[in-house]
Structures are given as C-alpha cells and as structure tokens.
Design a protein around this ligand. Structure first.
Ligand code: FAD
Length: 649
C-alpha cells in the first residue's frame, strides 16, 4: 500500500452535525471504537445554524399534543409520500431524544411552570418546537460535543488515552467510500472504509472501518440562492451513490419561504420561521396579508379565514384556527413567488415580513435575538421598527440515501445514513423543526444499527490498495493540466454556471422543457469537469476543494433534475407548472436514483446515474386509521382506502 496515513476503527461517522454526533455517541456507548470525520471545524456543522427549534410532541404547552398528532402533521406536510415507518418512529421517539439532551446538559427555554417551552411552527397543530431563543441548533451541538468530551474523559480514566474509543478528525474531507467486493450481498460489496484528504495539508488519509455512517447534510450549494453554507455540496449523497446505494425522492427540494433578499451579498440567508410562529405576518406591497388567498383545498377547514381569527389563535388555539402564514413551507414559498411575479412584491423582489407592528421592541429582541442582529448588521434594518424583506431560498433536501427505517442501513452492507443526507422521513416536504428531531432519532438509530452490524460480522472487509490508488489519482487529477484544455476550466466558473442552471431551471416552479434543458446543460458541465484545472499546491487550496466537490454537486444535481422530469405532478417541494396539482397515481410512487457505474472508477469523474420509479409499501392499517377518511380521500384512490376502518362495515 502507498505511504498514506491510515487509521482503523469499528465505526466511521462522516459528518459532525447533529446526526453524526448522535450516531457517534451511540456507537461509542455500545463499546465500539468510533471516529468522526468532518470537513469543517468541529462544532461548525450546519446544525449550528438551526434557529427555530426541535419538534417533539411533549405536550408541555398544549397537553392535547401526542405522537399521533405529530405523525399526522408530518404525513400531511409530506403529502403522504413519507416513509410512514420513519414518520412513526420519529413522532414516537422525538420527546425522549429531547429529554435525553437535557441529561447531557442542554438548557431549553422554559414555560412559566418550569417545563421545556415549545413554540408554534408551520404545519404543526400544536406548539411543539423545543427551543433556545433562536439559537437551538447551537445548543444541540454544544451539548452533544460536551457529551463526547465526557465519554472521552471516561476513556482516559480507563485507558489513559482520551481518544481510545472516540476520536474527531476535523477539517478532513472524505472523497470516496471503499468497499470490499469479496464480502457483501452480491449487489454491492460491503463497506471497508473511506478515503479522504486533510484540508490544510492536502495529504491523503485512509480509514479502515467495516461500518460507515454518512451524516453529511444537504445539497444547497448547487443552487444560487440558498440558506446553506459552503459545506453542503451533497457529498454523502454522491459517496453513497458511487458505493452502490440508492437515493430516493431527489426531486423534492425545499425552498424556505423566508430568506433575506437584500443586500445581494446576503441573499438567501435564512429568516427563521420562528418569526411567524411568534406572530410575524407576511404582507405584499399593498399592505395586504395575502396568505388568506392561498389556502389550498387539502388544508381548507384547518386554517383561519380571517385576520381576526388568525390573530386570536395565537392566544387561544382551542377555539380558533391557525394563521395561514404558518401553512407548510412549500405552500408559503409558492404564494410568495406568485405575489412577486404578479407585481405585488417589495422593492428588492421579495415580500414583507412584519413583526414590528405586532410586538413590543423589547419582546422581539428577547425572542429573536439572532434575527435582530442579523438584519441590523447585514441589512441595516431594525426589525423592531420596520418590516423585513424576504423571499424563497433553497434550504433543505427531502431526498436522500434510501435506508432501512429501523437501522438506518442502506442497501450497501455496512453503509448507514442519518440526518439530512438520508431520504424518506419527510416525504415531499419537511415541516420546520422536524429536522433537528430527525437527527436525534435517526442519528441514534444509525449509530445503534452500525454497532449491531459490526458486532455481528464474521469477517471484516478489507481495503484494497488498488481502490486507494484510484481514489488518490482522482483527487489529484485537477492538478494535471489537461493537454486538450489550454488553460483548462476554472472550478469557480463551473460552480457559478451549475448554480444558475439549478436556480433558473430546476427551482421552485418547473416545466418539462426547462428540465430537459437543465439536463443538457448539466451534461455539458459534466464534460467540462474533466478539464478542470487548479493552480497552486495541495496546502489549503479552496479552488482544489471546490473542484472535488463539483463531482458530487453534478451527480446530485442530475439526480434532482432527472427525478423532477419524471414526476408529472406537483407535490410538496416539487411544483410542475405543466402538471399542476396532486395526482393520486403518484402518491405511492417514489423515484429511486442509482449509479450506473458504481464504485471508484479512474476513467469516470462523474459516473452516470439512472432514475426509476418504485412502489412505497402501503401504510399499516392502524396508522391509516389515525386519519379521517374524508382527509385521506383528498390524497388516496378509492381502492387504496378499501381497508380503512370507516369503510369496513
Ligand atoms: P449537518 O449539520 O449539515 O452536518 C454535516 C456534516 O457533514 C458537517 O460536519 C460537514 O463538515 C460534514 N461533511 C459534509 N461532507 C463531508 C465530507 N465529504 N467529508 C467529511 N465531512 C463532511 N431544522 C430544524 O429542525 N429546525 C430549525 O430551526 C432549523 N433551522 C435551520 C436554519 C438554517 C439557517 C438552516 C440552514 C437549516 C435549518 N434547519 C432547521 C435544518 C437543519 O439545521 C439541518 O437539516 C440539519 O442541521 C442537518 O444536520 P445533519 O446532521 O444532517 O448535517
């Protein structure tokens, strides 16, 4: 084997956001030697940016809440395409995961009688988001890091080595998963480890591990306007594809309705839904609260029809219906899009979000301190005195690695996934707050699944030297100027073009011709990526890092565009102008992306993908019975409902 730095673990967790840390804690608590690898500094993952809160049906603020209500809300939000088993596990286990965080040292905001406080969010029937002001993700991550340190202290006490069973490799990017074709299921070789490089030195590193948990987050950096940070280049999605796993639901990308629109340098930065949860309202340039005009039929009866009722609801949820400002995100994003398109937008192409006229300044600063500072510092807007200008921003990907709901295992033996890079839980649209709880519930389950898998192994798969060499050559290719490309392609130019294609052609509103054109353009970019050239050395070289990330972004973007082309209906985070409305024939169908040429292949920078439909297993009868027949009839076909209790004499 070449002289590459090597490490050997039982479980390798790629990603140090909420999902990765929770998985690592679980694997370590089961006694396995666990490593966490992350591309940025430890503690800087996306999770830290989560503002509004973590959804869990604890019933602290409204005791009518229960896992059944949370389950129903999640399925409705996802327009009944969700993996119902994941939605069930999530709704049942989220409260325990939040309480468990308090045992790690988290300090959530409290109700007057000392319980964990919960706030309103779009699509949730009751106040359900446990929060720490508008800095919930920071507390979540801080607490789990604290738990990791405490586990390391236990190990020190026992072995004299803090890192004996849990070590963090920060600023280290994984570029390929390594598999062992001599083990596994026949379809895909079992996981043997991962290959990566240190961002600072550019030196290579190999991790041998029979189980890998992918927890790499989202894909937002493929879009021009996004709330996501530089790390979210779909690495886990692409790594899994290349290793032989499937992705599902990739057409479903969530555009959060409220990102900043001005000034241009901060366009896309998130304005938390907590602003609306706490009383903020959307208005157009006529000063009209326009969301009352956009309540879709499937939600009629659940939302207030008048401003008076909507305002009363904040104080009395028993006798009033919720404000349509808190419809699920896909509905609000489309409504804003329409208002702007029809000429009722704000000066910078958004709409207004007004909390200033609805709450005393002191209260706004107390409840939404980050928002107050964000607008003051970045846009010179005082949100206690004037409305914010907001518009849709690419925020979250519902699609991800197909996993077994109970264990988090993909179809590749030894490969697990959790958090935003895993698919299925949120169906076609995620409810706000359901990501932080998803990370905790499924992070734990993936850590447990990986630990059980390793314990049950008869033989550890082996890393093959040839695979390491191919992976190493792939990372270094951008330094070798391509003879045919005088000057070569610049990674920043390619990235900007990719972002424009995805933004303009595969954004909130889609059509067949735009999708075809997007796929053509992505094909051109894929060809040009072969000629990408970077200057300088391997020591901290952001242009090189981007060139490598582009492989992943292109694969994932093709998965999004191809899936969006195939789904001829509009559902959740996928709106087809040429196929408006839900089509019941698509309700039980998911689109599965797989890699046509799996594995690290020296000749193929961006392996081809293919997308095919598959049937989602019918919902268990006891779960289906939690819904009224009249509601299900809006989504399901009559034969599918034949077994519903109300239909059975
Ligand atoms: P992340 O936290 O995204 O972490 C990914 C990790 O993977 C990072 O450590 C990264 O370095 C690492 N990584 C990626 N690629 C590689 C690689 N190739 N090699 C090594 N490491 C790699 N959700 C809620 O439920 N409530 C909220 O209030 C909320 N607010 C949000 C606010 C903002 C501004 C944003 C952007 C999102 C918000 N979300 C919220 C969504 C939620 O924060 C994310 O979906 C969630 O944090 C994702 O967590 P994760 O653990 O899956 O991944």
């Amino acid at each position: 084997m070449t002289e590459t730095e090597q490490h050997d673990y039982d479980v390798l967790v790629i990603g140090a956001g909420g999902a990765g840390l929770r998985a690592a804690i679980e694997a370590r608590e089961r006694g396995l030697r666990t490593a966490i690898v992350c591309k940025s500094l430890f503690g800087k993952a996306h999770t830290v940016m989560a503002e509004g809160g973590c959804a869990a049906a604890m019933g602290n603020v409204n005791e009518n809440d229960s896992w059944q209500v949370h389950f129903r809300d999640t399925m409705r939000g996802g327009k009944f395409l969700n993996s119902w088993r994941m939605a069930e596990l999530h709704a049942k286990e989220a409260p325990d995961r939040v309480w468990e965080l308090e045992t790690y040292g988290a300090l959530f905001d409290r109700t007057k009688d000392g319980r964990i406080s919960q706030r309103h969010f779009g699509g949730h029937t009751y106040p359900r988001l446990a929060h720490v002001g508008d800095r919930t993700g920071l507390e979540l991550l801080r607490t789990m890091q604290q738990r990791i340190v405490s586990l390391q202290q236990d190990d020190y006490a026992e072995t004299g080595d803090y890192e004996a069973r849990l070590r963090v490799f920060a600023e280290c990017t994984v570029t390929e998963l390594l598999t062992d074709p001599s083990t596994g299921s026949g379809q895909a070789g079992a996981i043997a480890g991962a290959f990566g490089y240190w961002r600072e030195s550019g030196r290579h590193v190999v991790f041998s591990a029979p189980a890998v948990v992918l927890a790499t987050g989202g894909i937002g950096k493929s879009f021009q306007v996004t709330s996501n940070s530089w790390e979210y280049t779909g690495d886990g999605h692409a790594l899994a594809l290349r290793a032989g796993a499937n992705l599902i639901d990739m057409e479903f990308v969530q555009f959060h309705p409220t990102g900043m629109v001005w000034p241009p340098s901060v366009k896309g930065i998130l304005v938390t839904e907590g602003v609306r949860g706490d009383g903020g309202v959307l208005k157009n340039s006529d000063g009209k609260r326009f969301m009352f005009d956009y309540i879709p039929d499937v939600f009629k009866g659940q939302y207030a029809q008048t401003e008076d009722e909507a305002d009363r609801w904040y104080e009395d949820q028993e006798n009033n219906r919720r404000t349509p400002d808190l419809l699920p995100r896909d509905e609000v994003a489309r409504a804003i899009n329409t208002e702007v398109k029809e000429g009722r937008g704000s000066p910078h192409g958004g709409v207004y979000l007004d909390i200033a006229s609805r709450m005393p300044a002191e209260e706004i600063r107390r409840r939404l301190p980050s928002m107050y500072h964000q607008f003051k510092e970045l846009a010179d807007v005082d949100i206690t005195a004037e409305p914010m200008e907001v518009g849709p921003t690419c925020h979250y990907v519902m699609g991800g690695i197909e996993v077994d709901p109970d264990t988090g295992q993909s179809r590749v033996p030894g490969l697990f996934a959790a958090g935003e890079c895993a698919g299925g839980m949120h169906g076609s649209n995620r409810l706000g707050g359901n990501s932080l709880s998803d990370l905790l519930v499924f992070g734990r389950r993936a850590g447990l699944g990986a630990a059980d898998y390793v314990v049950g192994l008869e033989r550890r798969p082996a890393v093959r030297e040839a695979d390491v060499e191919v992976a190493a050559a792939m990372t270094l290719a951008p330094f070798d100027a391509h003879p045919a490309a005088a000057g070569g392609e610049n990674p920043y130019t390619l990235h900007a073009e990719l972002q424009r294609v995805m933004n303009d052609l595969v954004g909130i509103i889609r059509t067949e011709s735009e999708m075809i054109s997007a796929l053509d353009r992505l094909g051109e970019l894929r060809a040009r990526l072969h000629d990408v050239v970077v200057e300088g050395h391997r020591q901290y070289n952001p242009g090189w890092h981007l060139a490598l990330d582009l492989r992943n972004m292109l694969m994932v973007s093709e998965a999004v565009a191809s899936s969006a082309l195939l789904r001829t209906e509009s559902r959740g985070g996928h709106t087809r102008e040429d196929h408006p409305g839900l089509d019941p024939r698509w309700r039980h169908r998911v689109l599965v992306t797989h890699c046509v040429r799996a594995g690290a292949d020296g000749g193929v920078v961006v392996p081809r993908i293919a997308v095919e439909p598959a049937e989602r297993a019918p919902m268990r009868a006891d779960l289906l019975a939690l819904f009224d027949l009249t509601e299900l009839e809006k989504y399901y076909t009559a034969p599918e409902l034949a077994g519903h209790l109300d239909r059975v004499e």
